[in-house]
Design a protein around this ligand. Sequence first.
Ligand code: 6CS
Ligand code: FE
Length: 311
Amino acid sequence: MDARSDDLYPTRLERPSQSFERLDPVVHSSGQDRTNGPLSETDLARYERDGFLVFDRFLDSASVRSFLDDLRAYESNDSVLNSEGTITEPGKQEIRSIFGIHEVSDRFDRLTRDPEILAMVRQLLGGDAYIHQSRINYKPGLHGKGFNWHSDFETWHAEDGMPRMRAVSFSITLTDNTPFNGPLMLVPGSHKQFVPCVGRTPEDNYQSSLKKQELGVPGDKALNDLIERHGITAPTGPAGSLIIFECNTLHGSNANMSPWPRSNLFFVYNSVENQLQQPFCGNKPRPDFLGNRTQTEALQPVSRRELSRTG
Ligand code: 6CS
Ligand code: FE
């Protein structure tokens, strides 16, 4: 397939290709827009350097408990269990992920429009944003499988047509993340390199990749080079912690061999100026629950009153 002239990050190639420096800024705001928000200049400089930030105890334990109660309810909710956005572990019935969770849960929808979170998003993306994708990764005890090393942007560029690196993931841990239950692992500084991946993307790749990702996984040499140079960080901490990671930061996680689940919420903000185009891999667009193309208006913060509403 000939590369498109508008494709700045060619990937899913027939043969290996050198990684190269990203063509987009990490923090897209400047001047007043950069300083005017909850993230300090130290936070922003650390995010630019590492490609992620970690804040313990972002959500209080009562809010975490409400989300966990919702999760437990979903496990016996047939319409959720039978939804296309609900992915089970390979060969098992345990839930691996529920995508589009901000459309299933009011509580979650309100969280995506939390005024403090949206103010951070404005500082990082340099303006208005919408939800590109949301999910809960359950990673149940003893049976939760891992996620191979990958850059989310590589997938969202190839399979969703996301043109530039101007998106960010917010992940909130709903269970303690320990060294034993498969915590998220990130390679600090890896966001600065785009690593083209090899392999043509089959149609409907997502029907297998969400269970076990084979494509969009960098080659061993690239992984070795990046991890030898930058190391691996696995933020562990109490439930309610917030991990903010840039769309191109290399990450993955091990299987959960402990009896304790590692359930995290993820919601991805994309700049309204970075709307999805035709997938660069040449396939038809993925469903909306993976790459939202229909509700792309700028998110407005919820009122404090609405935030405090329980239920
Ligand atoms: O394909 C995707 O969009 C999903 N896959 C992974 C492994 N991370 C990002 C996202 O949830
Ligand atoms: Fe990912």
